[in-house]
Design a binder for this molecule. Structure first.
Ligand SMILES: [Zn+2]
Ligand SMILES: [Zn+2]
Length: 349
């Protein structure tokens, strides 16, 4: 199947139109027309080869919502016309202990990423959702429940699941005390999801500028991390802190805020940390942890939860040809509220 997308041809080149082939359907494949694709910070990092493993041409995009156009002979769960979604993974080994538990993101053999990775059978480079069509094996296709706005659902597939998974892993529920550091694409989802689970939610920020935004998203309060007195008062008052800041920063001011057995979970790939001080970790049996996206089962659970609770990301819709400008704004950081979503109808052959 011939299709069109947007690709970067090198670490320094802008994204431009790119025509390529999607594979012929295998028996367990679903072909979809992409309707919307979210713009994740990691799209920018990989287009620019910031992590050193990019292959070009590179078609980013792993927050994908669309409609099924065709299915392989052995596909039983989907049919043409179904509203579906694909996130950061398109395959895994399917036989290790983690895959059996539905934690394909932790597959012992490594999962196959939606783009900038290699197909497990052909070894062809995978191309993501900045494109008109996508072909993915049935097991990695999610169902978009009725009632979930297709145009705004896309960011749930990465920003949503990356924050939902730690909230579930650490059993957040009514009365849990949750802190969220950073109020971007991931942070704003963490606030909405934690609030919907009944948690008491605090946004942590260097200034008070984002207070109105934080409260509007569902937070109970804003804690200014540069206010020494307020930080001292907040010691030992959190069960879970989700750190969504996508660039290198010092986590030492935050660990004392955890209560006994509390966890600070990092969800951004930020490279080396400043040396963490062990005293607050030992004295409060506190933990620093990391968490990557979530499994397919949990991602479906998130989509169903958001449909039930009417939770949607705050999106700014863009045309495909505005992607390079969107990348620049994402790099600057401040003025995105809170996720760009590409309307794929704007991508013409
Ligand atoms: Zn992402
Ligand atoms: Zn596996």
């Amino acid at each position: 199947m011939k299709t069109i997308g947007y690709a970067a041809s090198s670490a320094t080149s802008p994204l431009v139109p790119f025509t390529f082939e999607r594979r012929a359907l295998r028996p367990n494949d679903v072909a979809m027309e992409v309707l919307y694709c979210g713009v994740c910070h990691s799209d920018l990092h990989q287009a620019h080869n910031d992590w050193g493993w990019s292959t070009y041409p590179l078609v980013p995009g792993h927050e994908i919502v669309g409609r099924v156009v065709e299915v392989g002979k052995a596909v039983s769960r989907y049919k043409a016309g179904d509203a579906v979604a694909v996130g950061c993974m398109v395959d895994s080994c399917q036989h290790c202990d983690q895959c059996h538990k539905g934690e394909e993101q932790l597959c012992r053999e490594g999962n196959t990423q939606t783009y900038n990775d290699r197909d497990r059978i052909t070894r062809d480079v995978t191309y993501g959702g900045y494109s008109k069509h996508l072909v993915v094996r049935e097991e990695f296709v999610l169902r978009v429940p009725d009632g979930l706005d297709l145009a705004r659902a896309a960011p749930l597939l990465c920003a949503g699941i990356t924050t939902y998974s730690p909230l579930r892993t650490w059993d957040v529920g009514p009365g849990s005390r949750v802190g969220v550091i950073g109020l971007g694409g991931l942070g704003h989802m963490a606030v909405k999801l934690a609030a919907a689970m009944g948690a008491h939610v605090t946004v942590m920020s260097r200034t008070g500028d984002k207070k109105a935004d934080a409260l509007a998203l569902g937070a109970d309060r804003l804690l200014i991390s540069t206010d020494k007195e307020a930080m001292a008062k907040a010691q030992s008052s959190f069960d879970l802190i989700i750190d969504t800041v996508p660039v290198k920063h010092d986590i030492n001011p935050y660990t004392p805020l955890l209560d006994v057995d509390g966890t600070l979970v990092l969800v951004g790939q930020i490279g080396p940390l400043d040396p963490p001080t062990t005293v607050p970790l030992l004295m409060g049996r506190r933990r620093i942890a990391g968490s990557p996206i979530g499994g397919i089962r949990e991602t479906q659970e998130l989509l169903d939860f958001c449909a039930r609770k009417n939770i949607l990301p705050d999106c700014e819709m863009i045309r495909m040809d505005q992607i390079n400008e969107a990348f620049k704004r994402l790099e600057r950081g401040a003025d995105v509220h809170y996720r760009f979503v590409i309307d794929m109808a704007s991508l013409k052959a």
